[in-house]
Design a protein around this ligand. Structure first.
Ligand SMILES: Cc1cc2nc3c(=O)[nH]c(=O)nc-3n(C[C@H](O)[C@H](O)[C@H](O)COP(=O)(O)OP(=O)(O)OC[C@H]3O[C@@H](n4cnc5c(N)ncnc54)[C@H](O)[C@@H]3O)c2cc1C
Length: 411
């Protein structure tokens, strides 16, 4: 009798789940199901689509949060001296993770377009950190000097070069540090491109909600959805901000919490930006269809996805300061999404001791669009019992072991 067990069930059909489905579907002997129900605030549909490998690793991607919560970038120290508070850099292994992923995108763009027919609009825009004052300049110099091996991917622009490149920039801007390979995509289309290519290669996509995972003698044996029981050998948790709910089904605690990000989108405008811009107030990205996306806040508001005037006004004024002509823009839409946050801002990938057949692929916080490509390759290697191309240790859940023992509120 034919064995009806599915080899792999992927839970979550955002950019992470679909990228894994696509990568695994290259092995035609595997039977794969992806189960997804779109929850309010899912991160992929809320994202800006930046592939800001260096920008995100040095903390620029959503720097606005850090600045705003610290009242205009200034924080009082214990001795009363005002000093600038800037977002922190992530460790060197995280740079490698992001850079390797970024390098995969040009081929991925060709492959996915050919297999599934979806063009996810890879745009070679670069990302400029725009400087208004000496404080910004010192910050940019610090970034530049702290990563000497990446200086060939960065370029300084003085105010004249910046104005030549970006004629609509604030005339008081004193220059920019450009990250030459930090590009952008359309995040919806990236997710659809992975999904459709995976479908073409045999992955079954199921629109349903996972309610439970059945474990027998420490081994995953089935996934229960609202409508079905699906027996399987391996389950991959790619449920974004809901990953902890899924892991609790196998009695595993994940320190993943939703981190709210708000965005403002303009109506279509003529092409006025050459690059994506990051400033100390916001980031600004003109998408391929002319719409201008202005992001984003970082708020600890649990699963709240409301749009709030004060935060959106802050983003809009930051954008108008950078590109004064934006004061004439019409606003098309605002929204909020939930980044799957971890305490150290690094994803949680790979197996968990004691649960055979369970893999984490979650906690991608603010870089899941960028790092979807490398995540899929790592998980594919783990499924095939191969050593991943990057060291998996810093991404394993057990890095929090001591912390979780000492601080049970994290889990
Ligand atoms: C405002 C904002 C801007 C961002 N900008 C960028 C950017 O410029 N560049 C970048 O790289 N990243 C960016 N990010 C981060 C990026 O969007 C996320 O890291 C990424 O989308 C995470 O993908 P995911 O697949 O893990 O999660 P999600 O996209 O949230 O997908 C998880 C899926 O699982 C589903 N699910 C949950 N529970 C269940 C269940 N029980 N059963 C079935 N399905 C379930 C959810 O509904 C959802 O569809 C941004 C995020 C936000 C919010």
């Amino acid at each position: 009798m034919k064995n009806k067990t599915t080899d792999i069930v992927i839970i979550g059909g955002g950019v992470i789940g679909t990228s894994i489905a696509y990568e695994l579907s290259k092995n035609p002997t595997l039977s794969i199901k992806l189960i997804d129900i779109k929850k309010e605030g899912n991160a992929t549909q809320a994202s800006a689509g930046g592939l800001w490998a260096i920008g995100e690793s040095v903390g620029l991607g959503c720097g606005v949060i850090f600045f705003k919560t610290l009242s205009k970038r200034k924080q009082e120290t214990t001795n009363g001296v005002l000093e600038t508070q800037r977002p922190h850099q992530l460790p060197p292994f995280f740079f490698d993770f992001c850079l390797k992923s970024n390098d995969l995108f040009p081929n991925l763009w060709r492959e996915l377009k050919e297999i599934g027919g979806v063009d996810f609009k890879l745009e070679k825009t670069g990302l400029k950190f725009v400087m208004y004052d000496d404080d910004d300049k010192a910050y940019a110099e610090n970034i530049y000097n702290s990563i000497p091996h990446l200086q060939n991917q960065m370029k300084w622009m003085d105010s004249i070069q910046l104005k030549e490149d970006e004629p609509f920039i604030n005339k008081n801007a004193i220059g920019a540090l450009t990250f030459l390979n930090d590009d952008q995509v359309n995040p919806y289309l990236l997710m659809n491109a992975f999904r459709d290519a995976a479908k073409v290669q045999g992955v079954e996509i199921i629109n349903d909600e996972v309610k439970d995972i059945e474990v027998n003698n420490g081994k995953v044996v089935a996934v229960h959805t609202t409508n079905n029981r699906i027996s399987c050998n391996t389950v991959i948790n790619a449920a974004g901000s809901w990953a902890a709910e899924i892991s609790s089904m196998v009695n595993v605690s994940l320190p993943i919490t939703p981190v709210k990000g708000q965005i403002l989108l303009s109506e279509k405008m003529p092409k006025i930006l050459k690059s994506c811009l990051s400033t100390s107030d916001c980031y600004i990205a003109q998408k391929d269809n002319g719409e201008i996306l202005i992001g984003s806040t970082t708020e600890n508001k649990a699963y709240d996805t409301s749009s709030s005037y004060a935060e959106l006004q802050g983003l809009a004024s930051g954008a108008i300061k950078a590109i004064p002509i934006l004061k004439h823009m019409n606003c098309k839409r605002t929204w909020a999404g939930l980044r799957p946050g971890t305490p150290d801002e690094v994803p949680i990938l790979g197996p968990v001791e004691g649960i055979d057949g369970y893999l984490n692929a979650c906690g991608h916080f603010r870089t899941g669009i960028l790092t979807s490509a490398i995540t899929a390759r790592i998980i594919n290697d783990l499924v095939h019992l191969r050593k991943p191309e990057i060291d998996i240790n810093p991404f394993l859940l057990n890095r929090f072991k001591d912390k979780m023992k000492n601080e049970p509120e994290l889990v």
